[in-house]
Design a binder for this molecule. Structure first.
Ligand SMILES: NC(=O)c1ccc[n+]([C@@H]2O[C@H](COP(=O)([O-])OP(=O)(O)OC[C@H]3O[C@@H](n4cnc5c(N)ncnc54)[C@H](OP(=O)(O)O)[C@@H]3O)[C@@H](O)[C@H]2O)c1
Length: 127
């Protein structure tokens, strides 16, 4: 299978580590599905990924909303037929005493669980 057929979903793609990760996948010839809340930033990134030779789809998504994560997984499969890698990057860095981080940490766990359950069917369908 050529790399151009491989598909990566990247959450938190509109800035920072997620954006850089998306560009690295595009440079390597992967198709990328870009997710975060800010649609215009995703569209601009999709254009940059495409200019580098990859295929890209922007899917505005709030990863705290399970239905939106499910829609992201569905959009990836609809566009490219498969999901090979899911990068659970969307979140925020928190620098505070652990007693004050509990709700944020729980949110992060919830995001990861939501993403995993949404992508499992797409992954399993290939095995
Ligand atoms: N930078 C570091 O030194 C460092 C170190 C250790 C760990 N990390 C972790 O690496 C990850 C990325 O860090 P970063 O520095 O690249 O952060 P960043 O530049 O602030 O990017 C965060 C990304 O997450 C997205 N995001 C936030 N909440 C979201 C939500 N509810 N739904 C969808 N997307 C959401 C943001 O996009 P929108 O605003 O468009 O939604 C943005 O694209 C974070 O999990 C962070 O905790 C970073």
């Amino acid at each position: 299978m050529s790399r151009s057929q491989r598909v990566a979903v990247i959450t938190g793609a509109s800035s920072g580590i997620g954006r850089a990760t998306a560009l690295r996948f595009a440079d390597a010839g992967w198709s990328v599905v870009l997710a975060s809340r800010r649609g215009p930033a995703l569209t601009e990134l999709a254009e940059e990924c495409t200019a580098r030779g990859g295929r890209a789809t922007a899917v505005p998504t709030d990863v705290t909303v399970h239905a939106e994560v499910q829609a992201l997984a569905d959009a990836a499969v609809a566009a490219y037929g498969r999901i090979d890698v899911w990068v659970n990057n969307a979140a925020v860095s928190v620098f505070a005493p652990s007693s004050r981080c509990r709700s944020t940490t729980s949110g992060g766990c919830s995001m990861s669980t939501s993403s995993a359950t949404s992508t499992a069917p797409a992954q399993l369908s290939r095995s």
